[in-house]
Design a protein around this ligand. Structure first.
Ligand code: F6R
Length: 366
């Protein structure tokens, strides 16, 4: 059932254009400007009255939550906090009945996330689930929810779950923005239209596979790797680093690019590959100067850039080109080459890509 692919992970990476479409199909109506999700519509007032949204999740789902934080705050102007479910549940957090808690989980079985939900419910919060597995514990325990339509994710390293989670969360943010009037009509419609172009853009991003493979061959023996990104692409850097460490066992860390000078820059030498997520986006000039700082310390730069980029291209050792996409939706596209890069590095190192050591697909114990 790998459909001709060598591994489930690769198959699932390639499924992304379709599953993103499956996730917004029937919900996104660009012609009428409507977003219809029963779980959101039935509870619209709860979302609109929320003093804040608390997002709880683990691992890759937590990274999707971080992307959502940026999107919700920008589109709907609702304050968002994102927490590791494992920390949240044990730290006596402040939960009010006017809080909306969103729990994100592919499996719907993650023990810490489930416990965080129960605690939020006991404190009177409205709890909304974003799950992939239909009928899972978390989907049953939450008051309402919206499923991702990623289909079964077999590879332990999460790929298509991440991009479909971001898709669902973006739709919710847009729905709330429309209700609150926090986006201009033209921006709102522009995002709806662009959402429908995402599968095509992801398809184009998948064409970076050959380049990703070449870059992988050059760095497969590295023992460390840094990932940097800014804004919406800061969580993408974290996710890129997680993908690399979990399947290739190379030590990797993700940082907001500007944090470099507060510590990690000390690690940079000619042995250190640095993956920089640097599409044309707000504060692009800042990331260019971050790249210059790495270069002047002889770090090796692998940059994810927008097609046609020249400034980063001149500085980087390798560039991976993705199609143009607006800042807020860019994580759906910039993530793709990072998934491919980790995949190829892990394969070249002879690792068990679909079942990395010490990891389980659903973490039902704490
Ligand atoms: C990373 C990965 C894990 C999961 C985490 C949460 O590739 O698979 O970090 O994202 O265990 O799992 P779910 O989303 O099932 O709650």
């Amino acid at each position: 059932e790998k459909n001709g692919y060598d591994h489930f992970m690769l198959k699932e990476i390639y499924e992304q254009p379709n599953v993103i479409k499956d996730t917004y199909r029937g919900r996104l109506h660009t012609d009428t400007g409507m977003i219809k999700m029963a779980g959101v519509e039935d509870n619209l007032q709860k979302f609109l009255n929320a003093n804040r949204i608390l997002i709880v999740a683990c691992g890759t789902s937590w990274h999707a939550g971080l992307v959502a934080e940026y999107i919700f705050e920008e589109f709907a102007r609702i304050p968002v906090e994102v927490e590791y479910a494992s920390e949240f549940r044990y730290r006596n957090p402040i939960i009010n009945k006017d809080d909306v808690v969103i729990a994100i989980s592919q499996s719907g079985e993650t023990a810490d996330t489930l416990a965080a939900i129960k605690m939020a419910k006991e404190n009177g919060a409205f709890v909304f689930g974003v799950c992939n597995v239909v009928g899972s514990s978390i989907s049953r325990e939450t008051h309402a929810g919206a499923y991702t339509h990623a289909g079964p994710e077999i590879g332990v390293a999460s790929t298509k779950a991440f991009t479909t989670q971001i898709t669902v969360l973006t739709l919710i943010a847009l729905r709330l923005a429309n209700a609150k009037g926090t986006l201009t009509k033209s921006d709102y419609f522009r995002y709806l239209q662009e959402m429908e172009l995402i599968p095509q853009k992801v398809e184009e991003a998948l064409q970076t596979n050959d380049v990703a493979q070449k870059v992988a061959a050059a760095y497969k023996d590295a023992s460390n790797c840094l990932y940097l990104g800014r804004g919406y692409n800061f969580p993408v850097a974290l996710e890129g680093a997680l993908k690399l460490k979990e399947i290739s066992y190379i030590h990797a860390e993700g940082y907001p690019a500007a944090e470099m000078k507060h510590g990690p820059i000390a690690l940079i030498d000619e042995q250190m590959p640095v993956v920089v997520v640097a599409p044309k986006q707000e504060h692009y000039d800042k990331i260019v100067s971050n790249i210059q700082e790495i270069k002047s310390r002889s770090g090796k730069i692998i940059a994810v850039v927008t097609k046609g980029d020249t400034q980063v291209k001149d500085l980087a050792d390798h560039v991976i080109e993705i199609p143009e996409v607006s800042d807020a939706l860019s994580p759906l596209v910039t993530t793709i080459p990072l998934q491919l890069l980790s995949y190829h590095i892990a394969v070249m190192r002879g690792c068990n890509v679909d079942q990395p050591r010490n990891l389980a697909k659903s973490v039902t114990v704490e």
